[in-house]
Design a protein around this ligand. Structure first.
Ligand SMILES: [Zn+2]
Length: 255
């Protein structure tokens, strides 16, 4: 613009700009929090993956144990066969007793090994059931996650569209505001939680609630120059709503 608009009008545009920016900030915040639901599902997913891996490793270990026990039983049976053969060829009672003792020991060992094999097979069956259950849960979680990701991406697109509309609206107000003022507004907004300008109401800054020096408060209503709160540095505006504040503004305009 060649000639800046009267400050009072610029402040009105700034007020609208702040409203739009506030909405944009809110939408951006919503967009940022969207992936949380997916993140939570991802965490469950990873936890479940870890449990599955642990169970599958345990399954492999038990399978190995079973093979070892079966091999031990086979070996023991061979020894037993040999012990029986020995028993048929003994020459005296001492050898007979020794062979019988060996057979007894081998039989005892076989019983132990059989019990171990039985237990291993039970463990394997249990692990198999657990793994099947986890696989079912896993599949469900996978589906949930995909659904959630679709929801998030469509919500995200919706928010993007709303943000784009508001950004266009923002552009409508910008040309009415001098660059030095919009820069100041952006600076304060960045430092003060998204609020770059606030109303001066009842002698106070409505941003930080500090009591303003009466002279400054009057200057705001004179609107000859940009005024900022000495405490929070936000640009001070005259409220555009009707009521005590604006009638006070009317009164000040005449001075
Ligand atoms: Zn303030």
């Amino acid at each position: 613009m060649n000639h800046p608009l009267p400050l009072r009008e610029q402040m009105k545009a700034l007020e609208h700009l702040q409203e739009v920016d506030f909405k944009i900030d809110h939408l951006i915040k919503r967009k940022t929090s969207l992936p949380d639901s997916v993140r939570l599902l991802n965490e469950s997913f990873q936890k479940m993956q870890l449990t599955t891996d642990t169970k599958k490793n345990a399954f492999t270990e038990v399978e190995k144990l079973i093979r070892q026990t079966e091999a031990a039983i086979e070996l023991n049976n061979d020894r037993l066969t040999r012990a029986h053969t020995k028993l048929e060829t003994v020459h005296n009672s001492q050898e007979f007793q020794a062979a019988n003792k060996e057979i007894d020991q081998l039989k005892k060992l076989n019983t132990t090994l059989d019990e171990q094999l039985k237990k291993n097979k039970q463990d394997l069956e249990l692990l198999n059931q657990e793994i099947n259950q986890i696989d079912t849960d896993f599949l469900k979680l996978k589906t949930d996650r995909e659904t959630q990701m679709t929801v998030v991406s469509s919500e995200s697109a919706q928010l993007d569209a709303e943000i784009a509309t508001l950004t266009q609206e923002r552009e409508k107000f910008l040309p009415s505001i001098e660059v030095r003022i919009s820069r100041q507004y952006d600076r304060v907004r960045g430092a003060r939680g998204g609020m770059g300008c606030v109303h001066a109401v009842g002698g106070r800054c409505s941003g930080c609630n500090m009591m303003l020096p009466p002279q400054l408060f009057n200057e705001v209503y004179r609107a000859n120059d940009l005024q900022q709160c000495p405490s929070c540095h936000r640009i001070l505006l005259i409220p555009s709503v009707s009521g005590e504040a604006s009638s006070q503004a009317e009164a000040k305009t005449g001075t």
